[in-house]
Design a protein around this ligand. Structure first.
Ligand code: HEM
Length: 159
């Protein structure tokens, strides 16, 4: 099924109509989207800052055990609410370069996180003094990518 047909089908679903017609539904879902990504990006940023050397008194792995399940779990709020917002006007969003950029940035941020975990994080037990250069690079990239995701999400309101 071509993408345009899928977009038209999604927009015709009762849930999508409700998102367009009920005056409080879109803002309520957007608020939940914001709560979800604040938790996601907040937890990731606190972990990245620890990798960059802030809060060295906290063991890296213990901090990861606390923060990373929150960032992964917050996806359960971010993804369905993002999808509902998307369903309100899928054809316009699919034609919007800022939206496509935002999705690409989310994928890149995910790939960066996976590469960090499969790579330098394996040796994290030895990092309490200082994380290696590769880990610092992943943390900087992570902060930059998530900030860019937030910026492109916010810019959707203007483009
Ligand atoms: C994964 C992390 C995500 C972050 C950090 C994020 C960030 C944002 C931000 C900052 C906004 C603007 C909120 C506002 O202006 O009040 C937003 C809105 C939106 N997001 Fe996300 N988002 C994420 C995931 C997603 C996903 C996966 C989708 C779709 C599949 C999505 C679809 C949307 C849509 C359609 C809007 C509404 C734009 C508008 O009404 O102007 N988001 N997001």
């Amino acid at each position: 099924m071509p993408l345009q047909d899928a977009a038209a089908l999604a927009a015709s679903l009762p849930l999508a109509q409700a998102m367009r017609e009920h005056p409080w539904l879109y803002p309520a879902v957007e608020t939940l989207h914001i709560v979800g990504f604040a938790l996601l990006v907040g937890a990731v940023a606190m972990f990245d800052l620890r990798v960059l050397g802030f809060g060295r008194q906290l063991p890296v792995r213990a901090l990861a055990r606390h923060l990373l399940p929150w960032s992964a779990g917050s996806m359960l709020l971010v993804l369905p609410t993002g999808l509902l917002l998307f369903m309100a006007d899928p054809a316009a969003l699919l034609a919007n370069r800022v939206f496509l950029l935002k999705l690409a940035l989310i994928v890149l941020a995910g790939v960066n996180a996976l590469a960090f975990h499969a790579g330098p994080y394996r040796g994290a037990d030895a990092w309490d003094a200082r994380a290696p250069g590769r880990a610092v690079l992943h943390a900087l990239l992570s902060l930059g990518l998530w900030i860019a995701v937030i910026a492109s999400g916010r810019l959707l309101a203007y483009f």
